[in-house]
Design a protein around this ligand. Sequence first.
Ligand code: CTP
Length: 454
Amino acid sequence: VATVSCLLPSIRNSLEPSIWKLLEEIAQEAEHKGWHLYIVGGAVRDLLLTRNYEKVLLQDIDLVVDGFHRSADVGAGVELASTIQKKYSNCRLSVHGEFQTAALLWHKDPEFGSLWLDIATSRTEFYPYPAANPEVEASSIRQDLYRRDFTINALAVRLTPPREGELLDFFGGLLDLKAKEVRVLHANSFIEDPTRIYRAVRFAVRLKFEIEPQTEAYIRYAIESGIYEKLRLKNHVAPALTTRLKAELKYILEANYWKPALQLLSELDALKCLHNQVSLDDKIWWQIRCASRWLKYLDPDNKIGHWLIRLEILISQINIKERKQLAQNLQLPKESLERIEIVNTLSSEIQENLKKYDKTSEKYKQLYRYKLPDLMLVAVNCNKKIRRIIWQYLTQWSKVESPLNGNDLKRMGYKPGPKYKMVLDRLLSLTLDGEIQSKEEAEIIVREMMKELN
Ligand code: CTP
C-alpha cells in the first residue's frame, strides 16, 4: 500500500499522462469556481493497492465536488462536467438528474481509450425504505463517503488546494486495505442495499481479501431476517432491487473468479437474495461447472454470454411459475426467459426422442433445430448417456457436411428446385451414418434419387 502524506505524485505516476492532465484540468476548473474536487471510491482503492507506481488501467473514475457556499451549487457536478465537455468535443455528457451526477464518456478514444468519468455533487444519501433507490441531498465529503459500502471504498484524495493530494480516510479504509479486509461502514448497510452482499463477495474474491467477521455477521443477519424475500413478494420494490442485483451477478458470473465467488455467495447463503429456492447444492454446482467447461470448448470467444447460462442454471431450480417471474424482474433477454420456462419439458422430450433412435442421422435430426444455449441447459439436465449424444452432436455431427452441395447438383445437370433439399438432406444423413464417403458415391446416390423422384 502506497505512502499517504501526499498522494499526487503516486497518482500522477500511476495514471496515463492524458488522464492525469484531464484530472488536473477538472481540478483547476473546480478551484476556479471555489469548490473542492476529490477522486473517490474504487479508483483510490486500486491506486493505493498498486505497488511501485505501476500504471493502473482506470476506465471508471469517480469524482466528487463539494465545498459550496451557496445552496444553488447543488448541481456543481453537472456544471463542472458541462464545462469540461465543451473543451473535449469527443466525449459524451450524460446527466442523471435524480442523483445529481454527470458522466463524461469517451469511447475508444485515441487519447483516453474507453473512459467513464463520473462527477457527483457531494451528497448524503438516505434510503426511504429498504432496498429502494437512494434519495439524495447536498452535503459534505465526509457524509458522502459515509454513505458508501465498505471502508476500502470510502477513501478520497483531494485534488484541489489547500492540501491537494491529501488522503481523506475517515473510517479506517487504509488500515483495512493493509489488513486485506472488506469491512462495512454501518450495520444497516446490507438491509438497505442487498447488492452490497454481492459486492462484498466480489471484492473479497477479486482482491483476495477476507470479509471482516462483524461484516459477515451483518450479512448473515440481513439474509436471515427474510427481508429480501418480503421485498421480492412486493413487486413494486423488487424490480429496482433485482436490476441492480443482476448487474452485480453479471459482474461476478463473467469474472474469471466466478467459481470461488459463487461458492462464497453460497456459503453466506446469499443466493437466497435472488429467491429462497436458489442454492448451490452439489447437483447445481456440478451443472454449472459442466456447462462452463463445455462452453469454454464450444464457444471459446464467449459469443453467447457464458455468465447468462450459469445464471439460467441457477434460476432453473426454482419452481416453474416463480422462475419466470424472477427472470422477468432480472430483465433477462427473451430467449433466456423462454429457455428457462421450457427447459424441463424440453429435456424430457429430447431424452425420450433420442432413446427411440439408433442411427446417427436420426439422432442428428432430433437435435439440429436447437441452439447451443438450449442444448447446454438440456445436456446438464439429462442422464449421462443422453449427454454424450449431445456432446457428439455438438463436437462432431454438427460439423459434418454433405459431400456435394447445390452447385454440384447444378453441375450434374439437375434444375434447382425443392428436390435439391431432399437430395442434399439424404446425402448428409448417409454421410453421418458412414454409408457414403466420397463424392463419387454421393453422385451415384443423387442419380438414383433423381430418377425415383421424377
Ligand atoms: N457504492 C456503494 N454501494 C453500492 C455501489 C457502489 O457504496 N451498492 C459506492 C462505492 O463507494 C464504490 C463507488 O460507489 O466505490 C463506485 O461504485 P462502482 O463503480 O460500482 O464500484 P468500484 O468500487 O469502482 O468497483 P469496480 O472497481 O469493481 O468498478
